[in-house]
Design a protein around this ligand. Sequence first.
Ligand SMILES: *Cc1c(COP(=O)(O)O)cnc(C)c1O
Length: 300
Amino acid sequence: MLQNQWPAPPLLSPQQLQGHPLGVGIEVYALRLDTLHPLVSGNKWLKLYGWLQTNPSLASNGIISKGGAWSNHVHATAAWCHLHQLPFTAIIKAAAHTRTAMLDDVQQWGGNIIYAHRSEFYNDAHWQAIADAQQLLYIPMGGDGLPGVKGVQDYFDKLTNFTADAVWCATGTGTTAAGILQSSMPFTHFHAVNPGIQDATVDALLHATAATHQKQLQLHHLPNDRFGRCSDATIDCMLQWQSNTGLATDIMYTGKLLHAMQRHYAQTEYSSPQKILLIHTGGLQGNRSHPLLSLQSTGG
Ligand SMILES: *Cc1c(COP(=O)(O)O)cnc(C)c1O
């Protein structure tokens, strides 16, 4: 299939959440990127779209990308390739023969899995050379990098008829947050929630982008949530939000976002009502890794 135009992620409107536990005077809206598509969930389609634009016809030969054994990016990209009948190779940072529900999906969708050790896995030049030799599109881990930022920005540039005092977003590499910060969506404050990743380059990227685009930036860390783990306090918070508002979240990113938001608004006084937008970046498929939540999570 030769193609120059790939479908863009559909534009969603923020939905108001009733019954949230943040108290009176705070209006909460959610941008449910988790509902973009049943399989290609969350912010990963936005970043993928940016990468596809870098060379749409090359992508029609197939894609190589990489991630961990529970990667939401690998999951979304595998689903996307399956839907468009494109060959897909996933480089996975895990011991050979590792099985997870995520990898089972990739295999079921016809993806080819290559297990790589740490040093090999991080050697982008190596994978890029393999992709070049086979005339495939190589997308780095997470769909990150400037094309990923551009894909997110393009999406939020279209959300100009929604205004908020503050936007809340969980960060991994900060690609999604940077795209929102530099978009033309109107807001003044940006809260970035770090899920426990120690990486000063992410903080630097966000500070620089916020300064350039004149946004007030606040970074949040949860002391008891290391990356890849989820504290009981965060799980309690997620379950409370789910029963009060109907919003289901993932344990790695948006669940921690809710917890950080709850702490912030319990500790901070505002003299005027606040309208806040929380970005649900998806990733519910990853809840299958958690024994308590695996029964209620969906494929998306
Ligand atoms: C990948 C991911 C993020 C982090 O996105 P970045 O662009 O790397 O900051 C946030 N939330 C979910 C659910 C993700 O899967």
